[in-house]
Design a binder for this molecule. Structure first.
Ligand code: NAG
Ligand code: NAG
Ligand code: NAG
Ligand code: NAG
Length: 403
C-alpha cells in the first residue's frame, strides 16, 4: 500500500503535473515596453504632443519612428545627466515607466499595438511564452516578466532590483515553494548577474533553480561605440542615426555595455579615424574628441558594475548564437568622425554581441559550486534566437528538471 502510494506520487510529479519550476523572463536593451505621460512646455516640432492625459506607449511604438515624429520620440526618451549626483533623469515634463511588472504583456512584444503582431520581427518573448502556456504554464503566475527601464544601468535600477527580488520570492511562494528559473536575454543577463552577485548564497540556494542566459553581454559589445559616436540606425533604413544619437548616447545602458578591458586587449583598435585610433584604454579621449564628455562620466559610473564577471552562484545554462557578422571595429572616413556613419569591420558573434563577450559565461566553469552548461546555436542572430524552437525546447528541458 505504502509502496503504491510512493509510486503514484512520483508518477504525478514526473509526468502529470504541468509547471515544474516557474519562470521569470528578464528582457534586454529595448526589450521592455515603456509608457510616457507628458506635460511639457516645449517640444522640438509642432507635430509633437506636449500633453497626454494618461500613460501612452512610447517604446516601441513603430509609428514613433516615422521621420518627423522621431524628433518627438527622441526628445521624450532622452535622459538628462546630473554629473554631481552621477545620475540621470527624464526630460522635463516627461513621466516614463514600464507596465505590467510580473505579467508578461510588456515583454512578449516590442510594440504593444496588436495590429503589428502579425509581423514576427517585433515579437520578443512571445514564442517562448506561447510554448510554456501550451505546457500548462499560466501567464502572470508560473511564467512572469520583469520589465525595467532599459535606458538605465544597474547603478540606477535600485527600485527595480527590490521589485525583482520580491517577484522571485512571490513566484516561489505561489508555485508551491518551487525554485524559480530566470530566463534573461541580452542586457537582461548582466543586469541579473549584478543582482545575483549581491544576494547571499543561502538565498540563491533557496530560490533559484537556474539562470538561463540567452545572448548574454558579459564583456560589452563594439556596436555600442557606434551608438555613442555616429548614432545607430537600428537597422531601420528610414531612421537617421544623427537624429536618434542624442537619445542613444544618453542612455547609461549604452555606456554600461561598452567593450571592457577584461575582454579586449589594449592593442586592439576598436575605432579608427584619420587622426587617431581608439582602443579599450582610450575612452576618455574618445569622448573628449567627440565633445561628449558626459559620455565618459556615464562610462565611469557604470564600468565597474560587473567588470570582474563574478560567478552568479546558481546553476547556469549559457545559450547563444555564433557565426553571424558582428561589428568588431568601426572605421570613420577622413574628416568624418563622429558624424558620418562608419564602415564596419566584422567579426564573429550573434550580429550584435561579439563572440568573446558571449563566451564570458565560460569563465565561471569550476569557479562556483553549480555547473555551467553551454550551448551554441550556430547561425542564430541576437534577436531572432528567441524565436528558435530549439531555444524553447532547451528551456523546457531545464524547467521540467530534465537537464
Ligand atoms: C503641468 O505642468 C505645469 C507646470 O509646467 C503645472 O502647473 C501643472 O499642474 C501640470 N499639470 C499636470 C496635470 O500635472
Ligand atoms: C507541493 O509540494 C509538496 C512538497 O514538495 C508536494 O507534496 C505537493 O504535492 C505539491 N503540491 C502541488 C499542488 O503541486
Ligand atoms: C590605426 O590603425 C590602423 C590599423 O589598425 C593603422 O593602419 C593606422 O595607421 C592607425 N592610424 C593611426 C592614426 O594611428
Ligand atoms: C569640439 O569642440 C571644439 C571646440 O569647440 C571644436 O573645435 C571641435 O571641432 C569640436 N569637435 C567635434 C568633433 O565636434
Amino acid at each position: 500500500m505504502k509502496a503504491t502510494f510512493i509510486f503514484l506520487s512520483i508518477f504525478i510529479v514526473c509526468c502529470v503535473a504541468g509547471p515544474r519550476y516557474p519562470v521569470i523572463l528578464v528582457p534586454g536593451d529595448g526589450g521592455s515596453q515603456l509608457e510616457a505621460k507628458l506635460n511639457k512646455t516645449t517640444a522640438p516640432h509642432y507635430l509633437c504632443q506636449k500633453h497626454t492625459s494618461s500613460y501612452e506607449s512610447i517604446w516601441l511604438n513603430l509609428e514613433e519612428l516615422l521621420p518627423e515624429v522621431i524628433d518627438c520620440f527622441v526628445d521624450n526618451m532622452r535622459l538628462r545627466y546630473d554629473k554631481d549626483k552621477h545620475s540621470t533623469y527624464n526630460a522635463p515634463g516627461v513621466d516614463l515607466k514600464t507596465h505590467d511588472f510580473g505579467g508578461t504583456s510588456a515583454v512578449e512584444w516590442l510594440d504593444p499595438n496588436p495590429v503589428t503582431h502579425i509581423s514576427s520581427s517585433i515579437q520578443y518573448f512571445f514564442p517562448i511564452v506561447k510554448d510554456l502556456v501550451s505546457l500548462g504554464y499560466v501567464r502572470g503566475k508560473s511564467v512572469r516578466g520583469a520589465p525595467f527601464d532599459f535606458r538605465k544601468a544597474p547603478n540606477e535600477l535600485g527600485e527595480f532590483y527590490e521589485n525583482y527580488k520580491k517577484l522571485i520570492e512571490e513566484t516561489y511562494r505561489i508555485n508551491n515553494n518551487s525554485k524559480v528559473a530566470l530566463v534573461a536575454h541580452s542586457m537582461g543577463n548582466p543586469v541579473t548577474l549584478y543582482f545575483l552577485n549581491k544576494q547571499p548564497q543561502e538565498w540563491k540556494d533557496q530560490y533559484i533553480q537556474s539562470f538561463i542566459t540567452i545572448a548574454g553581454v558579459w564583456g560589452g559589445a563594439v556596436k555600442t561605440l557606434r551608438l555613442m559616436s555616429s548614432g545607430d540606425d537600428l537597422g531601420v533604413v528610414i531612421v537617421n542615426p544623427l537624429k536618434v544619437r542624442p537619445e542613444q548616447r544618453a542612455m547609461p545602458s549604452t555606456a554600461f555595455l561598452m567593450p571592457t578591458d577584461q575582454f579586449w586587449q589594449p592593442s586592439e583598435v576598436l575605432v579608427q579615424t584619420e587622426k587617431r585610433n581608439y582602443t579599450v584604454m582610450d575612452y576618455k579621449d574618445f569622448f573628449n574628441d567627440m565633445n561628449y564628455t558626459d559620455g565618459y562620466n556615464l562610462r565611469l559610473d557604470t564600468e565597474k558594475l560587473i567588470h570582474e564577471v563574478t560567478p552568479p552562484g546558481v546553476p547556469v545554462h549559457c545559450l547563444h548564437g555564433l557565426g553571424v557578422h558582428t561589428p568588431a571595429a568601426l572605421v570613420f572616413p577622413p574628416g568624418g568622425f563622429p558624424d558620418t556613419y562608419p564602415k564596419t569591420v566584422v567579426g564573429d558573434g550573434d550580429g550584435t554581441v561579439n563572440k568573446r563577450s558571449l563566451l564570458g559565461c565560460l569563465r565561471w566553469s569550476g569557479k562556483q559550486k553549480y555547473p555551467v552548461k553551454h550551448k551554441v546555436f550556430k547561425g542564430a542572430e541576437h534577436m531572432s534566437i528567441l524565436s528558435l524552437p530549439e531555444i524553447s525546447k532547451y528551456i523546457v528541458s531545464v524547467i521540467t528538471g530534465k537537464r
